[in-house]
Each structure stands twice: as structure tokens, then as C-alpha cells.
Design a protein around this ligand. Structure first.
Ligand code: THU
Length: 140
């Protein structure tokens, strides 16, 4: 089992902050970096990538998660999210996190790499809509 201690958490935050330098955010000027550690110990980073057609852009958390999933990784321990001001993940990212488990730890940090909040997907998205909700009940 991969036990995460404070050092591991800080390393993940630092990786997210380093990745953040490659954020493509010419419209919002709000660079975001994420670093996701899978249960197999692999780490995937992501940044927000904006677009001239604004809604086409994507958040850092989802880039990291989609990179992981595209390589066959579906189980996550922890995701670190870094912004200038320690902002919280958006609703769409919470929903994507919830798809892969409510127990994933979410570390929210600021641009100095300081941990602002340690929480879980379960706390960030109560009563989440999840894959099991699509299963048919008997007789319906
Ligand atoms: N953003 C993220 O990358 N993650 C979030 O959870 C919140 C918002 C990005 C999207 C957009 O590029 C910029 O931050 C401002 O909303």
C-alpha cells in the first residue's frame, strides 16, 4: 500500500506548481496546475488549456485525470491542485473526480506551494452522481 506522508503531499504540490508554468491561460491569466498520484504510484500532471472559443478550454485537473485514464489508470490516491490564490476545483472537475472514486484526497495549494486545504472528493461533491446510478433497478 502506498502510504502518503506530508513529504509525499508536498512533493505532489510542488509537481503541480511546476507543471503550472506550462498552463496555457492567455484569456483568464489564471494558471492552474494539477498532479495526480494513482494507486500504482504513477504521477500525471495537468494544466488548464484555454481556447479563443472560450468554452472549449479545459481545466488542469481534468487534463491530469484524462491523461491517467488514457493510459489505463483508473484508481487514484490523491490529486494536488495549485492556483495563485488556492482556489477550489470547479464543479465539472469534481464530477470527473467522482467518476473514479469519492475517497480520492484533494490537496488545494497556493502559488507558494502552501497547502490551503486537504479534503476529499466525497466532501467536495456530496451526493455525487456516480456510475452505479446508471444501473437499472429490478422491474424498472
Ligand atoms: N480552472 C482550472 O483549471 N481548474 C479549476 O478547477 C477551476 C478553473 C481554470 C479554467 C480556466 O482556464 C481558468 O482556470 C479560469 O477559470
Amino acid at each position: 500500500m502506498n502510504i502518503l506522508n506530508q513529504t509525499d503531499n508536498q512533493s505532489l504540490i510542488d509537481l503541480a506548481n511546476e507543471a503550472r508554468k506550462k498552463s496555457y491561460a492567455p484569456y483568464s491569466h489564471y494558471p492552474v496546475g494539477a498532479a495526480l498520484r494513482t494507486k500504482t504510484g504513477r504521477v500525471y500532471t495537468g494544466v488548464n488549456i484555454e481556447n479563443a472559443a472560450y468554452p472549449t478550454g479545459i481545466c488542469a485537473e481534468r487534463v491530469a485525470i484524462f491523461k491517467a485514464v488514457s493510459e489505463g489508470e483508473l484508481e487514484f490516491d490523491v490529486i494536488a491542485v495549485v492556483t495563485n490564490n488556492g482556489g477550489s476545483p470547479c464543479g465539472s472537475c469534481r464530477q470527473v473526480m467522482a467518476e473514479f472514486g469519492l475517497d480520492t484526497i484533494v490537496l488545494i495549494a497556493d502559488g507558494n506551494g502552501n497547502l490551503i486545504e486537504e479534503t476529499t472528493v466525497r466532501k467536495l461533491l456530496p451526493e455525487a452522481f456516480q456510475p452505479h446510478h446508471l444501473k437499472k433497478r429490478a422491474g424498472i
